[in-house]
Structure formats: structure tokens, C-alpha cells
Design a binder for this molecule. Structure first.
Ligand code: FES
Length: 163
């Protein structure tokens, strides 16, 4: 039997700090912040990572998987260093999000859901990102960019390349 996946010592300290915010009887409520921690630790939330979180909060891995699969911000597979998610809900569609997506796709040479060969970028579409009056909108990792043009997208990518 394979050794279960465990957090590093540093992440275990952070997990303990997260768990300390919850009374013992509500330990399970820490599942979302612990999934974020798991994603930071391993880049995505694998079934083994879900099992690790489940052990920490004392519930079944299936319960953790139900939550991890509900939220699109949790990557269930490996992704690139930067995840680019173009909002494609109607208000953004009306402001040209399709052009933004196509520009990114052409520039990076990848299609929806794919990752560049160098592992730098993953391209996705997103449901509404709650900035409907500022479209088109692009989420880069956890940072939201609004009022996009293709020129602004190029600047954002250049900034990521330099960073
Ligand atoms: S529709 Fe794009 S942010 Fe709401």
C-alpha cells in the first residue's frame, strides 16, 4: 500500500493554524481553506491531497471530493504556472470576451483547457467573475484584470514572463 500524501512541515503548521480558528466540533468547516493550502502545496488537488485534507478534518475523502469538485478554483489536474481564465458569461460576451480568449489562444498556441508545452500557462473559460460592469474580464491566478483589450492582455503576459 502506498504511503499517504502528507503536507510538509511548514504546511502542517499552517494547517494547524487554520484548524485553530474552528471549534473542534466544526473542524470540517476548515475544508475550503485546507484545500487552498493543498493547492498551494502541490499545485492541484489530487485524490491523495483530498484524502490528506480529509484525515485532518476527520471526514471521508468522498466528502472532501464533493467540495473540491464543486468549486472551479480548485484544480483537479496539474496546471501551468499561471492559470488564465476568461469570463465568458453574457455581460462579458457582449463586451468582446471572445476576442480576448481567441487572442490568448493564438498567442499561446493552446486551446481551451490546455497548458503550454513549457508549463507556463493554462487557458480556461470562467463563469461570471463578479465584475460584469468592467468586462471583458480575465482572472490570472488570483488577480482580476478588467476592461481588457488585446494590447492590455499582451502587457499582462509580458509582466508574467518577466515575473
Ligand atoms: S459576466 Fe464577466 S464578470 Fe460577470
Amino acid at each position: 500500500m502506498a504511503t499517504p500524501l502528507e503536507f510538509t512541515e511548514e504546511a502542517r503548521k499552517r494547517a494547524a493554524e487554520i484548524l485553530s480558528r474552528y471549534p473542534d466540533e466544526y473542524r470540517k468547516s476548515a475544508v475550503v481553506p485546507l484545500l487552498h493550502l493543498a493547492q498551494e502545496e502541490w499545485g492541484f488537488v489530487s485524490p491523495e491531497a483530498m484524502a490528506c485534507v480529509a484525515r485532518l478534518i476527520g471526514c471521508s475523502p468522498v466528502k472532501v471530493a464533493e467540495i473540491a469538485t464543486f468549486y472551479p478554483m480548485f484544480n483537479k489536474e496539474p496546471v501551468g504556472d499561471h492559470v488564465l481564465a476568461v469570463c465568458h458569461t453574457l455581460p462579458c460576451a457582449l463586451t468582446g470576451c471572445g476576442d480576448i480568449f481567441d487572442h490568448l489562444s493564438d498567442k499561446l498556441g493552446i486551446r481551451l483547457g490546455e497548458t503550454t508545452e513549457d508549463g507556463r500557462f493554462t487557458l480556461r473559460k470562467s463563469e461570471c467573475l463578479a465584475a460584469c460592469d468592467r468586462g471583458p474580464v480575465l482572472l490570472v491566478n488570483r488577480k482580476l484584470h478588467t476592461h481588457l483589450t488585446t494590447a492590455r492582455v499582451d502587457e499582462i503576459l509580458d509582466g508574467l514572463e518577466e515575473g
